[in-house]
Design a protein around this ligand. Structure first.
Ligand SMILES: [Zn+2]
Length: 121
């Protein structure tokens, strides 16, 4: 799974910085702003000490399933979202999957991949 950040401009075509992640155990949607690598060691130069990778993610709110107009049908894997002012800092292991991003007349939607073929390609 390739996850990029908002600041990685080469990814503009694929928009794979939109993710579903765990924030204090709660499933949340957002956009990865950037990644940081943390190490507590003080070795000069390169070393193999353990490192932690963290993602800074802008939280998206108003998450509910998309409902079609006529006939009304709820599609749970398409979420209507709005970017919030909240930024979460989470370990990258808490990123669950990359989401598809759709902007329809200014309203943003995030869709979870339905299968692993969509997820990994
Ligand atoms: Zn070290």
């Amino acid at each position: 799974m390739l996850i990029t950040s908002q600041t990685y401009t080469r990814s503009e075509k694929t928009c794979s910085s939109y993710v579903r992640y765990l924030n204090n155990g709660q499933e949340t949607y957002g956009q990865v702003k950037t990644f940081v690598e943390l190490s507590e060691c003080a070795c000069p130069g390169l070393c193999d000490c353990p490192r932690t990778f963290l993602a800074f993610i802008t939280e998206f709110t108003s998450q509910f399933g998309f409902t079609t107009a006529n006939p009304p049908f709820s599609i749970q894997y398409i979420k209507k979202v709005n970017a919030s002012e909240t930024v979460h800092c989470v370990p990258i292991k808490d990123i669950l999957n990359v989401c598809f991003y759709v902007n329809l007349d200014g309203q943003e939607y995030l869709c979870d991949p339905l299968n692993t073929v969509e997820m990994y390609n």
